[in-house]
Design a protein around this ligand. Structure first.
Ligand code: GDP
Ligand code: MG
Length: 442
């Protein structure tokens, strides 16, 4: 398949903007790649439509082919759908301890194993006091299994009392955790081979009783098409907060990840990479994206393309700088680049002659979250507003704040920051003219 893709992409070599046919041809192959990766058909259709719309008309940057450009767009969009460029999320413990976490999923998906893995990690990495409890009263020895895993991992398990219902066990676990000062309680529920009403009612009852802070669906990455139905049913009925994808060490293509994410919108948080207790990682969107596209060898091309794009952006920026103009589109570009280059510190390191401005920039208080919020604000503006920030008066500010899910105060802050940067750019341009920056940015 990889070869087939390289072929098509290799054939598209002319430059200029991406045309309908450039994109259509490449997307036919992408569609096949997704289907072969076991992505559900409706998800494939939506994905292809979204990427087409994004791609057509985009400029092909110098020194990459239109084909590489399409790959980059496909790859980036896939990473975005799978969970954002930074990709890394984790279990959320931001609640009053003991924080209840409920694990749900089909039988054999890896719930019990993942329960122990999470507990092991929270214990060793985060120094949390974790209690695990098995609510699986259906499968003989299921509670024993968790107890043994707990002993191996050095994590406490709730003592087993025969004859209790899942809800009774859950209540007992929370009470024990409260009395004994545990930080986290992980409830490992029973699964079924298929979802049925009895299972849903049982899990609902436990949820009602324990009000879990996280409800994690454990899903086998090898299940392909089924995963969507399972995830959707659990999410509609129980309400999921995260997905742990297991058996990522297997040779599945990971299409289930894309389907589940696209259909439920629930974030993929963790991935299991083996049977061992420490074989658990936060979900890496880019790794799964590469696997879904089956483009291992093409990924380096994508990276090269990305580098080239960054370089061209930087050149454009330098030209603007030299002229001393800097509008909100430029700021948006700058913010995006900054996020890619590892934030403010990373960018400062790349600009010669700006050490003196470090303090000033630090005062602007730029961190990654703030950067994303700022990007949202700018993207809620009209093109005209971005070119002429001075027309943004009270009414427009309210609209922009609404559109970006921020406040007028945030919009004001951004505009002020832009003004400061624009002033700074003007000053730098003047300095540049005097020749102080020769050999630097120009
Ligand atoms: P449960 O029925 O959902 O509780 O599933 P279990 O946790 O008992 O797991 C079923 C089997 O899958 C066990 O043999 C586990 O060792 C295995 N397993 C779980 N997670 C992974 C994983 O990420 N990779 C691999 N290779 N095996 C896994
Ligand atoms: Mg189990």
């Amino acid at each position: 398949l990889s070869d087939r893709l390289s072929d098509v992409f290799g054939r598209l070599t002319k430059k200029g903007a991406l045309t309908d046919s450039d994109v259509a041809e490449a997307m036919r192959e992408v569609r096949l790649a997704l289907l072969e990766a076991d992505v559900a058909l409706p998800v494939v259709k939506d994905f292809v439509a979204a990427v087409k719309e994004k791609a057509i008309g985009q400029d092909v940057v110098r020194s990459v082919t239109p084909g590489q450009m399409v790959i980059k767009i496909v790859h980036d969009h896939l990473v975005e759908v799978l969970g954002g460029a930074d990709g890394a999320t984790d279990i959320d413990l931001n609640a009053v301890p003991p924080v209840p976490i409920m694990m749900v999923g089909l039988q054999g998906s890896g719930k019990t194993t993942t329960t122990a893995k999470i507990a092991y990690r929270l214990t060793n990495r985060d120094k949390k006091k974790v209690l695990m409890a098995s609510l699986d009263v259906r499968r003989p020895a299921a509670q024993e299994q968790l107890k043994v895993l707990g002993e191996q991992a050095g994590v406490a398990t709730l003592p087993i009392i025969a004859g209790q219902s899942p809800v009774d066990i859950a209540k007992r676990a929370l009470t024990a955790a409260r009395l004994q000062g545990f930080d986290v309680v992980i409830l490992d529920t029973a699964g079924r081979l298929h979802i049925d009403e009895a299972l849903m009612q049982e899990i609902e009852a436990v949820k009602r009783e324990t009000n879990p802070h996280e409800v994690m669906l454990v899903a086998d990455s090898l299940t392909g098409q089924d995963a969507v139905t399972v995830a959707k049913q659990f999410h509609d009925r129980i309400g999921l907060t995260g997905i742990a994808l297991t058996r990522v060490d297997g040779d599945g293509r990971g299409g289930a990840a894309l389907s589940m994410r696209a259909v439920t919108g629930v974030p993929l948080k963790l991935m299991g990479l083996g049977e061992k207790i420490d074989a658990l990682e936060v979900f890496h969107a880019d790794r799964i994206a590469n696997r879904i596209l089956g483009m291992g060898d093409i990924v380096s091309l994508v990276e090269k393309a990305a580098e080239t794009i960054d370089q061209q952006e930087a050149e454009k920026m330098a030209a603007k700088l030299a002229k001393g103009t800097f509008d909100l589109d430029d700021l948006a570009n700058q913010l995006r680049q900054m996020r890619k280059m590892g934030g403010m510190q990373g960018m400062l390191a790349m600009l010669p002659g700006v050490a003196k401005m470090k303090d000033q920039l630090a005062k602007a208080n730029i961190d990654d979250k703030a950067i994303k919020r700022q990007e949202a604000i700018i993207s809620s503006m009209t093109p005209k507003e971005r070119k002429n920030p001075q027309i943004i008066q009270a009414k427009r500010k309210v609209r922009i704040a609404k559109g970006s899910g921020t406040s007028v105060q945030d919009v004001n802050k951004l505009l002020k920051q832009h003004q400061q940067m624009a002033d700074m750019m003007k000053r730098m341009a003047k300095l540049g003219k005097k020749g102080l920056m020769r050999g630097g940015l120009g």
